[in-house]
Ligand binder design. Structure first.
Ligand SMILES: [Zn+2]
Length: 123
């Protein structure tokens, strides 16, 4: 009598463990589904444009000591530099976030000269 009760308890505990595991799996699948299920393409335009106009903060605007070698990520010896805002430097083609001028491709040496001439600190 006592023995079979023990067996039953053992069996039930295994059942519960299985159920919990199954449940956890279903929940994690559900969560994955929610994460990747981005169907919402309704509305919400225009915001980004306004933001870019208001914020004159950009990662292209270099501040403090400018490390041209660090900016030249592809190591081709050239960077794109704005000819008005000398500290606006990018490793790829683009426009200046301040004056909207197209950045000019210059060698690292030229970029450095331009910066020093205009009172910027270069590493
Ligand atoms: Zn500019």
């Amino acid at each position: 009598m006592n023995n079979s009760k023990k067996y039953l308890a053992f069996y039930v505990s295994i059942m519960i463990t299985c159920l919990v595991l199954l449940f956890a799996q279903v929940i994690s699948m559900d969560a994955q589904c929610c994460k990747s299920g981005g169907h919402g393409s309704h509305g919400g335009g225009g915001h980004e444009h306004n933001k870019a106009k208001d914020e004159v903060k950009s990662e292209l605007i270099r501040e403090g000591q400018i490390d041209l070698k660090a900016i030249d990520v592809n190591e081709d010896g050239k960077v794109f530099q704005d000819q008005m805002d000398w500290n606006v430097i990018s490793d790829s083609k683009g426009t200046c976030p301040i004056c909207n001028m197209e950045l000019k491709e210059v060698t690292l040496a030229d970029a450095k000269n331009n910066l020093i001439k205009n009172g910027f600190e270069v590493k």
